[in-house]
Design a protein around this ligand. Structure first.
Ligand code: ADP
Ligand code: MG
Length: 727
């Protein structure tokens, strides 16, 4: 029987053009928000009272009374039905990192009357999914199953079309019977609200009339695309989302020709269909391109409010998977699907703006005399310095454990890149100069017909986990597969807390008679000196930086378990509870859920690794070895003794690898059994990370080495060159 590997390759060659599902092209403005209950739809479908009440809820966070809720629900339902939806669901984000939905029909039958399509205010506001089926990290026992999903009016409802069905999806938060949050969205909303308030108060130092601030997020989603047949022929990709085996392809990313290169046709068609769907759902996709590694790509939308951007990233990951299947592709969102080439991240471009249309992180032409910019910039630097370990915790997961510190990825050390220009501005500020020593400039190119170019205030540093990129920060260390709520909640909270603290310090100085500007400068200067160690503009991947960071006292937390433990530190518990973002119990529950997820996935990888090695790779190697033995004997039989000896080392080499694989597999199995008996989850996670993981890497090394000697037609699963280069 032909192996799935060769069947898959054969199928690709006969694959039909996947563009058939796209009939026409549309411009973004035609498609944008057509499946979203946006302002246009609200105006059309809501009576004035309902519209106003919803607006107040969105803008000011005011509660919606029952009567208005009934009106809103009715209008929303009519809009949904006019657009072909027959069911509705609360759409929420449990601690699994995925989205959840439970569909209910609009259709209602009542005794003695005609059936109707209905959505009541009560049903709009509140649903009751079974909380016991979602991870709670010990917040509640399984017998007390009540959990509520509650409508979040700040994020717009949308219609999801899957196959034949269209469903009205109503963004919601998810809480327990006792009011604790069981999702990722609730703390995100709380943290954004907290930071809005804190930054508004600080803005008032510079402009009394500022009434609102906004937290913005523009994510960049990296991913790999792979042919569906090849994907299905790789059990490790199917079950773990990454390759547990695979010898590097002779061609990797060394030619550096994939980045921004022309996009392969099938992937391009997938991208176009995805963009169209995304635009309809209100995700303002703006950029698509090849990434650095072969078969790696990226999407990025225009930035939005952090809560909406988070919904949109979740939604995008969801539709990416679905649309990829239509094109017989699979997207890999894993942080490190392939060894030896780049992993994927989700760069989180983050900024704060205000109701005057100002980006508070815009340095402007004269940043040295832009005290508002310096205030926000320096406070963020200070927050990152104080809570670097917490930022590290916020991006900890099993996938990122492979990525941090690996090829072309930020290390596990958190540092902040500011660039030469800002460094010199900060130096001028520390020395109380009024004129900056260094000019932000333009360069005359001296190329005929090409105009002069404006140079950004910062260069780029692709190695920094947290660079300042001109007028925003870019949290680059976030993993490609995750829900961004968690890192964003942490960032919002630490910066908000820092701003509250800053304001108190300045107020205190002013009460003691110090003039406002001097007070602000005095506090900022101290902060910059205290936070100095976090600033690093050099190559984060270099060995020297690891040593230098250690001298500076910066942490380098390598394992997920150790990083997650930061959530339990007293100062972290205090930080979240004093700002009402997460209670101690909620924080602990998250720690438990994240740790458990790590353990389960690491165990799965270990079990699968042993299974694939013993049941698939070793048998292939043995078949090959038997062929060699036959060859050896045959040569000897016909008197070619010397020639037979040439084959012998190969036979021996295969035996050595097989021996190592069996020995390592035994050790993995024994250690897994021992780990099973460890009740302390933290210790168990460490055993998995520090004892089992290196062993499965060793098994891999042996199998990968076999891959280079075993006859190609015996190799059971698609090789790297096939996964990465056949498109
Ligand atoms: P890059 O230079 O990194 O490619 P882009 O300008 O393409 O950056 O933007 C990358 C992401 O950053 C996009 O999602 C974009 O909307 C977002 N972005 C741009 N400006 C801001 C800002 N002020 N705040 C938040 N995100 C922003
Ligand atoms: Mg970027």
């Amino acid at each position: 029987m032909q192996s799935t590997r060769f069947l898959a390759i054969e199928n690709i060659l006969s694959n039909q053009d996947s563009s058939s599902s796209i009939k026409e092209t549309y411009t973004g403005t035609e498609l944008y928000n057509t499946l979203v209950f946006d302002d246009r739809a609200k105006k059309k479908y809501l009576i004035k009272q309902a519209y106003e009440s919803l607006l107040q809820a969105v803008v000011k966070g005011e509660p919606i009374d029952r009567k208005s809720a009934d009106f809103i629900a009715n209008g929303m339902k009519n809009w949904a039905i006019d657009n072909g939806a027959t069911y509705f669901t609360h759409w929420f984000q449990p601690l699994t990192g995925k989205t959840a939905e439970k569909h209910d029909s609009f259709f209602e039958v009542f005794p003695f009357s005609e059936p109707v399509n209905e959505l009541s205010g009560k049903a709009l506001i509140q649903q009751e999914p079974d909380a016991s089926s979602f991870p709670t990290g010990g917040l509640r026992s399984t017998d007390s199953a009540r959990g509520y999903s509650v409508w979040d009016p700040s994020c717009p409802p949308f219609i999801m079309e899957i196959g034949l069905g269209k469903t009205l999806c109503i963004p919601a938060i998810f809480i327990s019977y006792t009011g604790e949050s069981l999702d990722l969205k609730t703390p995100l909303l709380k943290s954004a609200h907290f930071l809005e308030q804190a930054s508004k108060e600080v803005c008032k130092f510079f402009d009394e009339t500022v009434e609102r601030t906004f937290i913005n997020l523009g994510w960049e989603q990296e991913y790999f695309a792979v042919d569906e047949g090849l994907f299905n022929a790789r059990p490790d990709l199917v079950l773990c989302g990454r390759t547990l085996f695979g010898s590097p392809s002779a061609r990797g990313q060394q030619f550096e020709d994939h980045y921004f290169g022309s996009i392969p046709r099938r992937v391009f068609n997938f991208m176009i269909e995805l963009e169209q769907e995304a635009l309809k759902l209100g995700i303002p996709i703006k950029t698509r391109h090849n990434e650095v590694a072969p078969s790696q790509f990226e999407f990025a939308p225009h930035f939005e409010l952090v809560s909406i951007a988070t919904d949109h990233n979740q939604l995008l990951m969801d539709i990416m998977d679905r649309i990829a299947r239509k094109h017989k592709l699979r997207v890999l969102l894993h942080e490190k699907p392939y060894n030896g080439i780049n992993g994927s991240g989700k760069h989180n471009n983050w900024s704060i703006s205000n109701d005057k249309g100002q980006n508070l992180l815009e340095p402007g032409k004269d940043p040295l005399n832009n005290l508002q910019f310096l205030t926000f910039y320096i406070n963020i630097v200070k927050a990152v310095h104080t809570y670097a370990d917490l930022l590290r915790a916020s991006i900890a997961n099993i996938g990122n454990e492979h990525r941090l510190g690996a090829n072309e990825a930020p290390p596990a050390i958190i540092s902040l890149f500011s660039g030469d220009y800002l460094r010199s501005i900060i130096d001028d500020f520390l020395h109380d100069r009024t004129q900056s020593q260094k000019q932000s400039n333009s360069i005359a190119l001296n190329v005929a017909k090409i105009s002069e170019v404006q140079i950004d205030t910062t260069d780029r540093n692709r190695t920094s986990p947290f660079p300042f990129t001109g007028n925003k920060f870019e949290f680059r260390a976030v993993g490609s597969s995750v829900n961004v709520s968690n890192p964003m909640t942490v960032l919002n909270t630490i910066v908000g807390d820092q701003l509250v603290h800053f304001k108190k310090e300045v107020d205190r100085l002013m009460e003691n008679g110090v003039e406002k500007t001097s007070a602000i400068k005095q506090v900022l200067r101290r902060y910059i000196k205290e936070a100095e160690p976090i600033l690093f503009d050099g190559d984060n991947y270099s060995k020297e930086w690891i040593e230098e960071a250690e001298r500076r006292g910066l942490s380098n937390i390598k394992t997920t378990a150790e990083a997650l433990q930061v959530y339990l530190r007293k100062e972290v518990v205090d930080l979240f509870s004093r700002n009402s973002v997460l209670s101690e119990a909620e924080l602990k529950s998250r720690y438990n859920v994240f740790l458990e997820e790590y353990i389960k996935k690491q165990e799965l990888e270990a079990v699968l690794c042993v299974e694939l090695a013993q049941m698939h790779y070793v048998p292939a190697a043995i078949t090959h070895q038997n062929n060699l033995i036959t060859n050896y004997k045959g040569l000897a039989e016909i008197g070619l003794k010397q020639q037979a000896e040439i084959v012998k080392p190969q036979i021996e080499k295969i035996s050595q690898h097989i021996e190592s694989i069996f020995a390592l597999s035994k050790q993995v199995e024994t250690t897994l059994q021992e780990a099973d008996g460890i009740h302390d989850e933290y210790k168990k996670a460490l055993v998995l990370a520090k004892e089992i993981k290196p062993k499965i890497e060793d098994i891999r090394a042996n199998v990968d080495s076999l891959e280079t000697v075993v006859s190609d037609n015996l190799w059971p699963f698609p090789k790297y060159r096939e996964l990465l280069f056949i498109q």
